[in-house]
Design a protein around this ligand. Structure first.
Ligand SMILES: [Zn+2]
Length: 289
């Protein structure tokens, strides 16, 4: 029985519908017995010129009335046997020109989870909107969690300080909870393994959730918006290695053409997943649910 993306309350939103449903969130996805739920923290506004080489003519439906891209920020709560895990850790109580966050802990509690119940956190990369709640002013939020981070990101952002002193200092405050990941295929929880997806950042790491022949690849910022599913030559201004990020994106999109495989970026409208669905004799179509 195919249960991947048994989104219980919403399903099959086409690309054309995505902006209208920005504020609505897929209630739950299932891969086997593993449950994945979006945890809303807020929004971010991206100017289209952050997407280098982009032409938005065919993607106007993704833009707001100001011609910008408003995207959700947050995390995913995973219930896996006795484990309660987070994939990414939101932006935090941050309000500036780009980010409007602060809702994550309330969202988490609305899903029945307290911060101290989280035992595992897998951080896709160390940009501020994916690790914002790990520590607040040096105080650890998820006191009982092991935090898995790509080793190359730790080296880049903490050891080398490329994200700035404040980010490095904040991450140092959770250091004793951190376990660095170096390789693909590391099993962090049952049915959940690492996949290095570098380019956006050096140690950018996705999580592959599997059950039987079903796979959900939770991929952080390897993709920022649905247009990148088809516009493979676009680059993103904040990609540390733009050419490598392009190559990584192309490989993930190609992988999604395999049966029972879906992609779950962090920032797609409604924090929904994308999958390719056959349409008769026509080309397969991306659907979001
Ligand atoms: Zn992000």
């Amino acid at each position: 029985m195919c249960v991947i993306f048994a989104c219980l309350h919403e399903r099959l939103f086409l690309n054309l519908m995505s902006r209208r449903w920005l504020a609505m969130y897929c209630a739950q996805m299932l891969v086997g017995d593993i449950s994945i739920e979006p945890v809303h923290d807020g929004t971010a506004v991206l100017a289209t010129d952050l997407f280098v080489n982009s032409d938005w003519t065919d993607h106007q439906h993704l833009l707001d009335s100001q011609g910008a891209l408003t995207i959700p920020v947050g995390a995913f709560l995973v219930r896996n046997g006795d484990h309660l895990a987070l994939l990414d850790a939101g932006v935090g109580d941050v309000h500036n020109d780009m980010f409007d966050g602060g809702k994550m802990l309330d969202s988490l509690r609305s899903l029945g989870a307290e911060p101290d119940q989280i035992d595992t956190i897998i951080v896709s990369h160390l940009h501020p909107d994916h690790m914002g709640w790990l520590a607040v002013d040096g105080d650890i939020t998820f006191t009982n969690a092991t935090v898995h981070i790509g080793a190359a990101d730790w080296a880049h952002f903490v050891d080398e300080g490329n994200g700035g002193r404040r980010i490095a200092a904040n991450l140092r405050s959770v250091e004793e909870h951190v376990e660095l990941v170096h390789d693909d295929g590391v099993a962090l929880l049952p049915g959940m393994t690492t996949r290095m997806t570098p380019g956006h950042t050096p140690g950018h790491m996705s999580t592959v959730i599997s059950s039987g022949n079903e796979r959900l690849i939770v991929l952080g910022d390897a993709l920022h918006c649905p247009a990148q599913l088809t516009e493979l030559e676009w680059e993103f201004l904040y990609d540390v290695d733009a050419a490598l990020a392009r190559k990584t994106r192309a490989a993930l999109v190609e992988e999604a053409s395999q049966p029972n495989t879906a992609l779950l970026p962090c920032h797609f409208a409604g924090m929904q997943a994308a999958r390719l669905v056959p349409v008769g004799d026509a080309a397969p179509q991306w659907v979001f649910s």
